[in-house]
Design a binder for this molecule. Structure first.
Ligand code: ZN
Length: 295
């Protein structure tokens, strides 16, 4: 498994960022990465590519995608990473920038609100800010499966995860675009209305043990322990119940997320680590969360 080819400098300039670089920069200390969302291109930016396609041919398609995304979204390319049927992977967006890959925001009711939300008053943070976007070239809804594409896609994805682990310690979740639960700014549920990244790739991600369907679209993904390892729900619950700083919020969210308690562990640990930073603003957010909205 080779490391992603780093093209981040190539796309880190005014020509690829509408309005200049500054509007696309994030302070990752304030907006930590929480997860990775997988996409497909649903087609090609040139001729179809295969397991034996050349690096030059892949870079040409990355350039074409960058131009297309700049036109449509203002940033080219809209993802942080790309993977090809050859198994080659590319870092195309800097870690410290946000991209344009997934509409909407992570619902507050999802089992991860204790960390960044509590600290920074972001109840429904944008997926484009808190998640890295990974795109697999190909159309995995219609005719093509990653296996018939050469079987290297898994290696490419894993090399990306390994690369991410250089920057992010601890646990992340892995999501697939079309199945991410999402909300508008005011918390109103909103559909993704996309099949991305295609049923064939979703199936393979399950087979590879990287993803499975869940009610909220988030699957805990540990970058420091074997991929896909989960937390012990009972142990987590015991910790939360015994922590007076957190259990009101946790209980509220538990009520919304029956059966998905494992995902809380990440947020819980983050909040514990940062409990000293709980400002009055954050406390206010937590108080607001105590009363669940009627559904
Ligand atoms: Zn997508």
């Amino acid at each position: 498994m080779t490391a992603p080819i780093d093209l981040t400098e190539l796309y880190y300039n005014e020509a690829h960022m509408r309005g200049g670089i500054v509007p696309w920069l994030l302070n990752r200390a304030n907006v930590p990465v929480e997860g990775i969302i997988i996409h497909h291109t649903a087609g090609w930016y040139g001729p179809r590519l295969y397991a034996n396609s050349s690096r030059d041919a892949e870079v040409r398609q990355l350039d074409a995608m960058a131009a297309d995304h700049f036109e449509r979204f203002g940033i080219g390319p809209g993802y942080h990473y790309a993977v090809f049927p050859s198994g080659r992977s590319y870092a195309i967006g800097k870690y410290g920038t946000h991209r344009a890959h997934t509409k909407g925001r992570r619902p507050t009711r999802d089992p991860l609100p204790l960390g960044s939300d509590a600290r920074f008053g972001l109840l429904n943070p944008r997926y484009n800010n808190i998640a890295l976007g990974l795109v697999v070239f190909g159309d995995y809804e219609r005719e093509q499966s990653p296996v018939t594409a050469g079987g290297n896609v898994q290696a490419g994805i894993r090399s990306v995860l390994k690369d991410v682990a250089r920057y992010v310690s601890g646990n992340l979740w892995l999501g697939v675009h079309g199945m991410m639960r999402t909300v508008t700014k005011d918390g109103t549920p909103m559909a993704q209305t996309t099949l991305c990244p295609g049923k064939h790739l979703r199936k393979e991600l399950e087979v590879w043990g990287l993803w499975r369907p869940t009610t909220n679209g988030h699957v805990p993904l540990s970058l420091t322990t074997p991929l896909g390892e989960e937390h012990d729900d009972a142990e987590w619950l015991r910790k939360v119940m015994n922590d007076p700083r957190l259990n009101l919020l946790a209980l509220t969210n538990a009520a919304f997320n029956r059966g998905t308690a494992a995902g809380f562990a990440k947020g819980y640990n983050l909040a514990l680590d940062n409990a000293h930073r709980l400002s009055s603003r954050a406390a206010e957010d937590i108080r607001r969360l105590e009363v669940p909205k009627a559904r």
